[in-house]
Design a protein around this ligand. Structure first.
Ligand SMILES: C[S@@+](CC[C@H](N)C(=O)[O-])C[C@H]1O[C@@H](n2cnc3c(N)ncnc32)[C@H](O)[C@@H]1O
Ligand code: SF4
Length: 395
């Protein structure tokens, strides 16, 4: 069935959420045993100049499909973008700025691993235009870093963080908790140390044992035991409490920031804005003829590269979302946020309001709340049950 167009109100609201460009660098120095991101190890190195030409070509293709928009954020994600030469990062930013107007206050983030080799490149990224660094610290405990397969020590991560804070106006770092064998007390100590090092933003992710990772195989054989439901909940609760006390409350399920320090790029995703994704395995959501179109590129880097060289883009799948599909996506993404969703915007996207028969039982249980008549969000007690809440509202 052909997708129906959104109405003008939904379209205007979407455009207000900013326009983001995501650039995926699909290579890492080593593969971490818990990670299922599209990242690959190439011991022989990669032809960076060739990749750079391909990024530029794919960006040109996407700019023809999304003309006239002002870019409000760029995000270099991975993989490990801190393996890219600063000149490559500079060339990509330059190309984006040549294809679209770039907002004067555009947020330009790069994900980095905290080894000393990578920290040596931070000044080069800053000179290229990057104004926000997101560091994958994961833990401040050497034994756990080893168990997570990380290539850096805790001291190295702290040193990289100091260099990052001296180099970039904005810095965030990632931690993974609910690790095998982790208890509340030691995690609270570690998180308290981390919060002393934090700038305006911190991401704290609960370890997910993803299928097709070495961790999944170990767990299936009983050789890796992650915290059970009650312990995981206690770890989540202490995370919320300590981050709030430190002035970095959660604005999204795993993301904490001082007010105003939120990742503007990720807010564009969660608020249902438009974004272009380039590089192997990148996803995008573009607006075409009043429709929201989901795009996806080829995952294998070399296959992506060859298609871009042949066809000017590495797109492999495109789907114009139906109004129901777009509304469901808005709900799934928006309820992750502390601010929740706009009910009138939901109705404008779906072409009908969110059903009371679904909403009322959850409100009666105190799992969702309406801070204003137009906004719906998960309550404090509903937030840890978000997946079930979304399923109850969206299905
Ligand atoms: C795509 S990674 C890129 C960052 C960078 N390569 C690094 O590892 O430092 C982004 C973040 O996702 C988180 N992550 C990846 N796999 C995860 C998993 N299975 N469970 C929880 N968090 C995960 C990590 O905190 C990581 O820093
Ligand atoms: S966690 Fe980061 S460094 Fe590790 S494999 Fe995934 S993307 Fe690469």
């Amino acid at each position: 069935m052909a997708a129906l167009s959104e109405n003008d109100a939904a379209l205007a609201a979407r455009q207000d959420c900013g326009f983001a460009v995501y650039v995926h660098w699909p290579f890492c120095a080593a593969k971490c045993p818990y990670c299922d991101f599209n990242s690959h190890v190439r011991p022989g190195g990669v032809d960076e100049a060739r990749f750079m030409r391909a990024y530029r070509a794919e960006l040109r293709h996407m700019s023809e499909r999304m003309p006239g928009r002002t870019v409000t954020s760029i995000f270099f994600g991975g993989g490990t973008p801190s393996l890219m030469a600063p000149e490559t990062v500079a060339a990509v930013i330059h190309e984006i700025a040549a294809l679209w107007p770039l907002a004067g206050n555009a947020e330009i983030t790069l994900e980095a691993n905290p080894t000393s080799v990578e920290a040596d490149r931070f000044a080069g990224y800053r000179a290229a235009g990057v104004n926000r660094l997101s560091l994958g610290v994961q833990s401040l405990n050497d034994a756990d870093l080893k168990a997570l397969g990380r290539l850096h020590s805790a001291d190295e991560a702290v040193a990289a963080l100091e260099i990052a804070r001296a180099t970039f106006p904005r810095v965030s770092f990632d931690l993974i908790y609910a690790r095998p064998g982790q208890e509340v007390g030691p995690w609270a100590d570690e998180l308290s140390r981390a919060l002393k090092l934090a700038a305006d933003h911190l991401s704290a992710y609960q370890l997910t044992v993803e299928e097709d990772t070495p961790f999944f195989g170990l767990a299936a054989r009983g050789r890796l035991k992650t915290p059970g439901e009650d312990l995981a909940r206690a770890l989540y609760d202490v995370t919320q409490e300590l981050c709030e006390k430190a002035g970095l409350p959660a604005y999204e399920i795993s993301n904490h920031a001082v007010p105003g320090g939120e990742s503007r790029h990720n807010l564009t995703y969660w608020r249902g804005g438009d974004y272009v994704g380039v590089g192997a395995g990148a996803h995008g959501r573009v607006a075409e003829a009043g429709r929201r179109v989901a795009t996806e590129t080829l995952k294998k880097p070399e296959v992506w590269l060859e298609q871009v060289e042949r066809a000017g883009h590495g797109l492999v799948a495109e789907e114009a979302l139906s109004r129901g599909g777009a509304a469901r996506e808005y709900l799934i993404m928006g309820l992750r946020l502390r601010e929740g969703i706009s009910l009138s915007r939901y109705a404008a996207i779906a072409g009908m309001p969110l059903s009371d028969t679904r909403l009322c039982p959850l409100a009666d249980l105190g799992l969702v709340e309406q801070p204003t008549p137009d906004r719906l969000r998960a309550s404090r007690s509903g937030r840890p049950l978000l997946d079930s809440l979304i399923a109850a509202l969206a299905d």
